[in-house]
Design a protein around this ligand. Structure first.
Ligand code: PMP
Length: 356
């Protein structure tokens, strides 16, 4: 039995893998592979239309939001957001919650002024900063809703005092009930909760656009992508198709509310074990713990090797922490079944008995 706790790209539902494999061989009984159809065909247009409308439905987005499927991952959004929204003389506010937000900050500095309102760097990013205030004029406020590397998550959306709110939701999109109407721009690589690597979802209010002076190359211009319906150039056809299959699966499970419930149960079970078993030490303050990535170390570092070895022997994949922080990280994305969490908890209990 194999369990996939990879942090990204990550586990996908079995059904999605079966359907994707079938579509590689014979897409919709056309005799053609999904990999060999033109993107400007009714066949692919139907895929894109359905993916767009499922995103709108699952996130309950009003008509003021545009939905784009773009290339380049979350990392390209670190650049594309300020390029489209921030003038050289303007100021964007960022909260620094680790590697990904730091990257977003460094890219934004290439386009305008950046004010880092708060940072949790002082405690190795093991909490979410809360004591900060947004003082306009600020062009937008940027947060990273889930910090994949450290295992912290914003459980309360900050009050932006009317300043447009931009969020990197790469590692918790569609995983919990969220009032998306509080956000003005959301971006997320699909490869954790929503599909395959290669496509990035961008949801944005059109009213944000057209306010910067600089010239923007077409391929990086949100406005041009909106006008072209995400078909400015060849889109990542297969990644969008896998995302569509995953969104269909998500809806069939009961949508974001069902994911929220399942993810809460999975995270509850795992954190309970981490708190209860004396050999493990969770690294994040309780109130800011992520329901997507649970990070921990061994109280006795000498046991790390033995625990890693035991996980490997029992087919528990992807439990090592990010190379920049070490320790362990268990990712609990949408497609991870509860049974995988129960199995690793059983392993942890047994390990604690032997080594406690
Ligand atoms: N933001 C977050 C929160 C992430 O976890 C990651 C990657 N794991 C990124 C951005 C970067 O995404 P990409 O590799 O798709 O550029």
């Amino acid at each position: 039995m194999i369990h996939n706790f990879n942090a990204g790209p990550s586990i996908l539902p079995d059904q999605v893998l079966q359907e994707a494999a079938q579509a590689v061989l014979n897409f919709n009984d056309t005799g053609l592979s999904i990999l060999e159809i033109g993107h400007r065909t009714p066949l692919f247009e139907a895929v894109l239309d359905e993916a767009r409308s499922l995103v709108r439905e699952l996130m309950s987005l009003g008509s003021q939001y545009e939905i784009l499927f773009l290339h380049g991952g979350g990392t390209t959004q670190f650049m594309q957001v300020p390029m489209n929204l921030l003038d050289e003389a303007g100021t964007a506010a960022y909260i620094d919650t680790g590697v990904w937000s730091s990257k977003a900050i460094s890219y934004a500095k290439l386009f305008g002024r950046v004010k880092v309102l708060a940072s949790s760097q002082d405690a190795n990013y093991t909490y979410i900063p809360k004591n900060f205030s947004v003082d306009p004029p600020v062009t937008y406020l940027h947060i990273t809703t889930n910090n994949t590397i450290y295992g912290t998550e914003w459980h309360r959306i900050p009050d932006g005092k009317g300043v447009p709110l931009v969020a990197d939701m790469s590692s918790d999109i569609m995983s919990r009930v969220t009032d998306f109407s509080k956000f003005d721009l959301i971006y997320a690589g699909a490869q954790k909760n929503m599909g395959a690597a290669g496509v990035t979802l961008v949801v944005l209010k059109k009213s944000l656009l057209g306010k910067v002076q600089r010239k923007i190359p077409g391929i990086l211009d949100y406005q041009k992508h909106i006008e072209a319906g995400s078909m400015l150039n060849t889109p990542p056809v297969f990644a969008i198709y896998v995302t569509l299959l995953t969104l269909r699966w998500l809806k069939a499970q009961g949508g974001v509310a069902a994911m929220d419930k399942a993810n809460t149960e999975k995270a509850g079970l795992l954190y309970d074990a981490l708190d209860r078993l004396p050999v493990f030490k969770p690294t994040v303050v309780k109130e800011d713990r992520s329901r997507m990535n649970a990070c921990f170390v061994m109280k006795d570092p000498a046991l790390e090797q033995a625990f890693a070895e035991r996980c490997k022997q029992e087919g528990m994949y992807g439990v090592k922490g990010h190379r920049s922080v070490g320790g362990f990280r268990i990712s609990l994305y949408n497609a991870l079944p509860l049974s995988s969490v129960k199995d690793i908890v059983a392993l942890m209990e047994d390990f604690a008995k032997t080594h406690g």
